[in-house]
Design a protein around this ligand. Structure first.
Ligand SMILES: Cc1cc2nc3c(=O)[nH]c(=O)nc-3n(C[C@H](O)[C@H](O)[C@H](O)COP(=O)(O)OP(=O)(O)OC[C@H]3O[C@@H](n4cnc5c(N)ncnc54)[C@H](O)[C@@H]3O)c2cc1C
Length: 419
């Protein structure tokens, strides 16, 4: 624990997903007392059902050159990786136009650098956070095995791989028998793979979050279970969190409420272009096969990994309002696709899950003090990479609360960068 001179100062964190919990641990390291507020127990929302990839090489945004040309094909295919709820088009189109403006090359390279800064030491930080909890094996050493259907063959000079190799990622191509030497369960219909080494994977992302929340509690964090309906400015300084049970005062507030952060900011008159990019998983509880690593089906855009609850296939992007009923056919379609990848897989019984990625048009999160709202720090919008970006987000937020990191140093993540 740190020896910060303002050690008695309290910081309130709204949201006990992986981002809020990592903020709590980093603030505690600096000597702050933290209170976590959530309507659920820690790690039950988006942080529960993700694919578990913790990669220091997650520096390739979704907004890549050529995305526009691929969209019609994705949307026309009923089991394609992207879908839209048509009635949400009025919010999706303006967001998509901003997204497409970020697919130009110089912009993509800037975004990639900003992503890299948020993931480069994530495995090491999780190891440090887990040390002494007795649950160190929740984080496993892993490679990222990116497999290609049929005869499709990867080219390492393609931008997506080059962005990673530029940052030192240990990448190689393997073919045919070598693919099955690494993952014997993969079908012979997959002839090549790009292997990225030196990564981690969570064996149960939700439990990882709970274990780290328990550590924060053991170190003195308070946990308040409450539904926050709005945020108001307090009469003199700080904020009031409005709940059905009354108001909770917060002198300093970290907003780490995932997709719901945008709704909460509306009560303070702040609008941010955060969209709900929903994803699904299908978890096979008696899979009959196991994987050693995180395996990505590159064309299908889903990731499969052996987890504590079975074998989990997670992915797909559905642009639909976060409160709309789940469309579980988006999860079910992962069954036959995963069976093609792993022919010996038992796809029954299985459990379906839907989660909401909070996504900005440049795929970067909002991290920083909100202009005109002193003491209110954004820590949300981590889209596809929140598990991997949470440790650095926590460190930056703690540095900002402490005054050691200024908003200018992290301008790529400025909450007001969209104007
Ligand atoms: C299918 C899928 C696969 C993914 N795979 C990966 C992966 O492999 N690697 C990776 O790095 N990322 C992955 N992600 C992304 C990652 O899961 C998210 O970016 C991350 O979980 C976001 O964490 P969070 O803490 O911001 O949000 P959440 O986990 O959603 O937490 C927000 C918390 O705020 C609370 N809250 C919200 N509003 C209120 C309120 N009004 N009052 C009280 N409490 C409130 C919620 O209850 C919740 O606990 C994936 C996402 C999906 C959907």
């Amino acid at each position: 624990m740190g020896t910060h001179t303002e050690a008695s100062e309290e910081v309130t964190i709204l949201g006990a997903g992986i981002v809020g919990v990592c903020c709590a641990l980093s603030l505690q390291e600096k000597g702050y007392s933290v209170t976590l507020i959530d309507r659920e127990l820690p790690g039950e929302a988006t942080s529960y059902g993700n694919a578990g990839v913790i990669s220091p090489w997650s520096c390739v945004p979704q907004c890549m050159p050529g995305t526009l040309q691929q969209v019609p094909g994705w949307l026309l295919s009923s089991d394609g990786p992207v879908s839209i709820r048509w009635r949400d088009l009025p919010t999706t189109v303006p967001w998509a136009l901003r997204f497409l403006a970020n697919t130009r090359l110089p912009k993509v390279e800037d975004i990639s650098r900003a992503m890299s800064a948020l993931v480069c030491d994530n495995v090491d930080v999780y190891r440090r956070f887990l040390k002494g909890t007795g649950h160190e094996n929740l984080l496993r050493d892993s490679w990222y095995v990116n497999v290609f259907r049929g005869k499709a063959s990867p080219v390492l000079s393609d931008l997506a791989w080059r962005l990673r190799t530029d940052k030192g990622a240990p990448i190689e191509i393997v073919r045919d028998g070598e693919v099955r030497d690494i993952e014997p369960a993969i079908s012979e219909d997959y002839h090549s793979a790009v292997i990225i080494k030196d990564q981690g994977r969570a064996a149960a992302p939700g439990r990882l979050c709970k274990v780290l929340a328990d550590k924060a509690k053991a170190q003195g964090a308070k946990f308040v279970r409450a539904e926050v309906r709005g945020i108001e400015k307090a009469p003199h300084a700080g904020y009031l969190l409005v709940t059905p049970e009354g108001e909770i005062p917060a002198r300093r507030l970290v907003l780490a409420a995932g997709i719901w952060s945008a709704d909460l900011l509306k009560s303070l008159g702040v609008k941010v272009p955060l969209i709900s990019e929903r994803g699904y998983h299908l978890e096979f509880s008696d899979p009959g096969v196991a994987l050693n690593h995180s395996v990505a089906d590159v064309q299908g855009k889903f990731v499969v990994s052996s987890m504590e609850g079975g074998l989990r296939a997670a992915g797909t992007a559905e642009f639909a309002h976060h409160s709309a009923p789940p469309r579980y056919s988006r999860a079910d379609m992962l069954g036959p696709q995963t069976k093609k990848l792993l022919p010996a897989l038992n796809i029954e019984p299985n459990a379906r899950w839907m989660g909401v990625r909070p996504s900005f048009p440049d795929n970067l999160p909002a991290i920083g003090e909100l202009p005109g709202l002193p003491g209110l720090f954004a820590a949300f919008g981590h889209s596809h990479y929140g598990l991997g970006m949470a440790p650095a987000t926590g460190r930056l937020v703690a540095g900002m609360v402490d005054g050691a990191v200024s908003n200018a140093e992290v301008s790529a993540y400025a909450p007001d960068r969209f104007g």
